[in-house]
Design a protein around this ligand. Structure first.
Ligand code: AMP
Length: 287
């Protein structure tokens, strides 16, 4: 049986973490929507390696889903999640109901981050990042001073959370962790379970084509369009996939690149049937 303590209420989770800090221990926090996989576990292992106490939340946040999205079908398996969190060194999990997080219906107070939310995922999902920023702000306020771990898998989300924490002087150090992949290169995601066998077989095209694009950049290609076209062409040649975007951006500001060079990131989103997959890769070349 996992030893991890599960808190259904904000008050009980907050009290447990306040007690931890009173003992002089540091807190590492990993927010998740559950249906955990090794990508989540890597964040939890990083939190428990860096901090005295590692804690997590499991909450499928309705605010970050649009009406036509998969809120009601989002995969869930609490028992399995608790065993995985426990094995990764987590000692306390907040698992609140929607009513516990949002009593009294719609929230009147939301957090929105400008500019870096406008493109890419923000363009495809216009209400998504306000939903993410609001729930993460709320979770940071519940958890209190901590280090908090986010995956580079959701690269734009990481930038949004970093910026929010800095702009609002939240007492949280935001730490980005590398993408964990399946052996064939597909980035782990709770939503991979939606893929049919054919879509699953096709999905590694994203990582494979990004590697080829990064190689082209490393070989001296300076045209952004040429680098992005490596991904766009490979995805176009894959009947199971439809590209949403393949964009080379500045890794810090997420502004579209005008030339290849420096610390950049290739961001990709593509649909496989009704499932949208995200991936990204560092592209670092002499400026
Ligand atoms: P989610 O449960 O999808 O909201 O994800 C919770 C956290 O896990 C976010 O910070 C994600 O970026 C991170 N994450 C999800 N998949 C991966 C992965 N394959 N590698 C690393 N981090 C991940």
């Amino acid at each position: 049986m996992p030893e991890v303590q599960v808190h259904e209420t904000i008050a009980s989770f907050r009290a447990a973490l306040d007690a931890v800090r009173r003992e002089g221990a540091s807190v590492g926090f990993v927010p998740t929507m559950g249906y955990l996989h090794d990508g989540h576990a890597s964040l939890m292992r990083a939190a428990s390696a860096d901090c005295d106490v590692a804690v997590a939340s499991i909450f499928v946040n309705p605010l970050q889903f649009a009406a036509n999205e998969d809120l009601s079908t989002y995969p869930r398996d609490l028992e399995r999640d608790l065993a995985l969190a426990d094995a990764a060194g987590v000692t306390h999990v907040l698992h609140p109901s929607v009513d516990e997080m949002y009593p009294g219906g719609p929230v009147l107070t939301t957090v929105s981050v400008a500019e870096i939310t406008e493109r890419f995922e923000g363009a495809a999902r216009p209400t998504h990042f306000a939903g993410v920023a609001t729930v993460v702000a709320k979770l940071f306020s519940i958890v209190g001073p901590c280090r908090s771990y986010f995956g580079e898998k959701d690269f734009q989300q990481l930038a949004v959370v970093r910026r929010m924490a800095a702009d609002l002087s939240m007492p949280v150090e935001v730490i980005g962790c590398p993408i964990v992949r399946e052996p064939d290169g597909l980035a782990m995601s709770s939503r991979n379970v939606y893929l049919s066998a054919e879509q699953r077989a096709a999905a590694p095209v994203l990582h494979r084509s990004m590697l080829a694009a990064a190689e082209l950049a490393a070989a001296g290609e300076r045209s952004v369009a040429a680098v992005e076209a490596v991904v766009a062409d490979a995805v176009a040649a894959e009947p199971e996939a439809e590209l949403d975007y393949a964009s080379l951006v500045d890794a810090a500001a997420l502004a579209p690149a005008s030339a290849v060079g420096g610390e950049q990131r290739l961001l990709v989103a593509a649909r496989f049937g009704r499932t949208r997959l995200l991936d990204n890769l560092a592209v670092t070349t002499p400026a």
